[in-house]
Ligand binder design. Structure first.
Ligand code: PEP
Ligand code: MN
Length: 389
């Protein structure tokens, strides 16, 4: 039986999709296998408490932001906060962007009803459609997959040139890139043989993760991740069971390779303190076969009084504190932090849960999907976390 895949678009033309996938399958790799392998090594160090992973970036990257100015601003923010983190904690920081491929989004419903009652397919990220509220913009257009490839390529060359100028080629302070491996046709088309084989790797990004909505152990996203050599991640929400995580460890890290599998925990402040210790306890020694990273954003998303999606920094800090305590209680180091950030002074997240009750819309709200931390908020969260380590 063919395994099922959640969250795949209904493409507007299967002939066009086929043509696009052929072009992708015969295009150069976006990232090199050797750098993916280096990242596995860095993640293994983080799992030993000898380094810390900081992963920052957009919830949903936009094609029009793949300019050198935008990309360098994002890289500048990542590296400044990583230096800050290293200075406070004394730990080397593995620097990862949610960048150069974060173009596809899982959504809670397939359709969206506009204020005037019009029903449209939902925006699924620039690799699929556009956020503008028209039927044509929302069409799942296969040619967007080619644009995703080209924008990722442009972004990667900007990042690579920056790293080369600043650091030299093999410096561990280089920028690694990662995204949610959601669109399986795209990801499959970019699988390439390992140069010193046997085996294959996903050449769309160094770190590929599976989202909370697509991590079913018997579904296709897990099957895809099990077949590639990259370091892979899985989001772990409050509904995850110990049986599911045990199955994921067995499927995704059967040879118990250090750094191969990360669990990215996103429980929410209200649940993390109770659920994470219970899961770790049930996993027992198997918990040490994963790198434990905290995503304090996605369990803390709430609609504010004006109907916008927002998050309170106080909830984010509380979840990080619970995460660190749970890992330490199990004798494992907290290995990383994944945040959704903006390098501009947006007002998408607020300070406290009380601020979420305000019915005045947040004025500077630009995110196409989830609310991001502005630079000041991101610095507060990063410094708070570094202070706990
Ligand atoms: C995300 O990281 O933007 C996301 C959709 O997360 P999750 O799968 O944890 O909901
Ligand atoms: Mn998000």
């Amino acid at each position: 039986m063919v395994a099922r895949a959640q969250q795949q678009p209904e493409w507007s033309s299967l002939d066009e999709l086929k043509r696009v996938l052929h072009v992708l399958a015969t295009s150069p790799q976006l990232v090199d296998a050797s750098v993916c392998a280096d990242l596995t090594g860095e993640l293994a160090r983080a799992a030993q408490g000898e380094a810390f992973v900081l992963q920052l970036g957009e919830c949903a990257e936009r094609f029009h932001d793949a300019t050198p100015v935008e990309v360098l601003a994002k890289a500048g923010q990542l590296h400044a906060l990583a230096d800050d983190f290293a200075g406070i904690s004394g730990l080397p920081v593995v620097r990862m962007g949610r960048i150069a491929g974060q173009y596809a989004k899982p959504r809670s419903s397939a359709m969206e009803t506009l204020d005037d009652g019009t029903v449209l397919p939902v925006y699924r990220g620039d690799a699929v459609n556009a956020p503008d509220p028209t039927p044509e913009a929302r069409r799942a257009d296969p040619s967007r997959l080619l644009r995703a490839y080209h924008h990722a390529q442009t972004t990667l060359s900007t990042l690579f040139e920056r790293d080369l100028g600043l650091l030299g080629h093999a410096d561990p302070r280089r920028t690694y890139v990662g995204h949610e491996a959601l669109l399986l046709e795209f990801e499959d088309a970019l699988v390439r043989p390992l140069p010193d084989g046997p085996g294959v790797y996903g050449s769309s990004g160094h770190f590929l993760w599976i989202g909370e909505r697509t991590r079913q152990p018997d579904h296709q996203h897990v099957q895809f991740a099990s077949g590639i050599d990259n370091p892979v991640g899985v989001k772990v929400g409050p509904g995850a069971t110990a049986d599911e995580l045990t199955a994921l460890v067995r499927l995704l890290n059967p040879r118990r390779r250090p750094g191969r599998l990360s669990f990215i925990v996103r429980m929410g402040a209200a649940q993390a303190g109770r659920k994470l210790p219970a899961l770790l306890g049930a996993l027992g020694d198997a918990a040490a076969d994963a790198v434990w990273i905290c995503d304090p954003m996605h369990g803390n998303t709430k609609a504010n009084g004006a109907g916008q999606k927002s998050r309170a920094v106080a909830d984010i800090l509380a979840e990080i504190e619970a995460f660190v305590a749970a890992l330490r209680g199990h004798g494992l180091p907290p290995a990383g932090l994944m945040l959704e950030t903006a390098h501009r002074p947006v007002t998408e997240c607020v300070a406290t849960p009380g601020d979420l009750a305000l019915s005045v819309p947040l004025p500077c709200y630009e995110s196409a999907v989830d609310p991001r931390l502005n630079p000041e908020q991101a610095q507060e969260v990063v410094e708070f976390t570094a202070g706990l380590l």
